[in-house]
Design a protein around this ligand. Structure first.
Ligand code: NAD
Ligand code: UDP
Length: 314
């Protein structure tokens, strides 16, 4: 297939590009490097099946030649960006999704949206299955991201119903691993780089809030299975390994052999409406995609720690 991937120079987009190229597809990566990095795709430059277009997808998109699939990943994703990049996040979720869907109609291409567990907001049911409608504050600090993704899902389904676009929606739960930026701001890159540099680990609040952490390799495998399926409704992809942020910080201190200590901080302004719990119900992915995560936290975190060590040595 000839595949356009927006946000292809980001953490997940670059890994997905690697997988698609390894599977024999042609990849066109479109990215404006707002939160992505040239280093993530440097190894792909020169590959005849890979093309990079430096472009902001909130504008009209032109791509030469046919396209079989459009994967719309472009969007800042770290809560630290919710304050400064709020308008850009809303624009890429709304205008970027509109433009990429329009391109899908023009090219008769299939379309996949990377949505998020954030559509469930601060959930009142636990675990979260795809039929839970969520608890989102549209005007809270997270509203820019949560509502952008909820709008993107609505737009995707409208194009499916009105224009017959063959769509996929993946709701991604916290995914981590190699190639996350040291200054990404999300919990795992923060804790790992803090532990490796002997700084205190910044646990926000009392650290009792939970997340369920998935290694990127499992997520990417799930997305590839979803692309090959015919499921047009949202599918949760994540690892049901749930852990409190305090336990996660302590685990990372232990795994790195660091002398760092855990320090409790007030929630930063950007982290308003911080969900207290998050756990995916992955029955749908298990049943319909025959997918489940294979990499547990010990293996995933040690791979991530090794990668951050090399990055810090550079
Ligand atoms: P990332 O920041 O590494 O990647 C996002 C990419 O999108 C970056 O390369 C960035 O430069 C690019 N981008 C942003 N705005 C753009 C625009 N207007 N035009 C073109 N490119 C633009 O983040 P990630 O973790 O790789 O996330 C990728 C996708 O997965 C996002 O849509 C995110 O919402 C979703 N997601 C990720 C997670 C996770 O845990 N990693 C969880 C839920 C959802
Ligand atoms: N968190 C933390 N310390 C940090 C970064 C994050 O305690 O240095 C907490 C944050 O408040 C949230 C959880 O870790 O409860 C996960 O945050 P992250 O930014 O990774 O992603 P989120 O799931 O909130 O989008």
């Amino acid at each position: 297939m000839r595949i356009l991937i927006t946000g292809g120079a980001g953490f997940l987009g670059s890994h997905l590009s690697d997988l698609l190229l390894a599977e024999g597809h042609e990849v066109i990566c479109m990215d404006n490097f707002l939160t992505g990095r040239p280093e993530n795709i440097a190894h792909l430059i020169g590959n005849p099946n890979f093309q990079l277009i430096s472009y902001d997808v909130t504008n009209y998109i032109y791509v030469d030649g046919p396209l079989d699939f459009i994967l719309h990943l472009a969007s800042p994703a770290s809560p630290v960006d919710f304050e400064d990049l709020g308008i850009k996040i809303l624009k890429v979720g709304a205008l970027g999704t509109h433009k990429t869907l329009g391109l899908a109609v023009a090219k008769k291409a299939k379309f996949l949206l990377t949505s998020t567990s954030e559509v469930y907001g601060d959930p009142l049911v636990h675990p979260q299955s795809e039929d839970y409608l969520g608890n989102v504050d549209p005007i809270g600090m997270r509203g820019v991201y949560d509502e952008a993704k909820r709008f993107a899902e609505a737009m995707t389904m409208a194009y499916h119903r009105l224009h017959g676009v063959d769509v996929r929606i993946v709701r991604i739960f916290n995914t981590y691993g190699e190639r996350m930026r040291q200054d990404d701001g999300r919990a795992i890159p923060n804790f790992v780089s803090q532990a490796l540099t002997g700084q205190d680990l910044t646990v926000y609040g009392d650290g009792s809030q939970t997340r369920s952490i998935c290694h990127y390799s499992d997520l990417i495998a799930g997305i590839y299975k979803l692309m090959q399926s015919d499921i047009t409704t949202p599918v949760n992809i994540g690892n049901p390994y749930e852990i409190t942020m305090l336990d996660l910080a302590n685990k990372i201190v232990e795994m790195t052999g660091s002398q760092s200590r855990v320090a409790f901080h007030d929630l930063p302004r950007s982290h308003g409406n911080d969900p207290k719990v998050r756990l995916p119900d992955i029955t749908k992915a298990r049943t319909h995609l025959d997918w489940e995560p294979k990499i547990g936290p010990d293996e995933g975190l040690s791979r991530t720690i090794e990668w951050f060590k090399k990055e810090l040595d550079k």
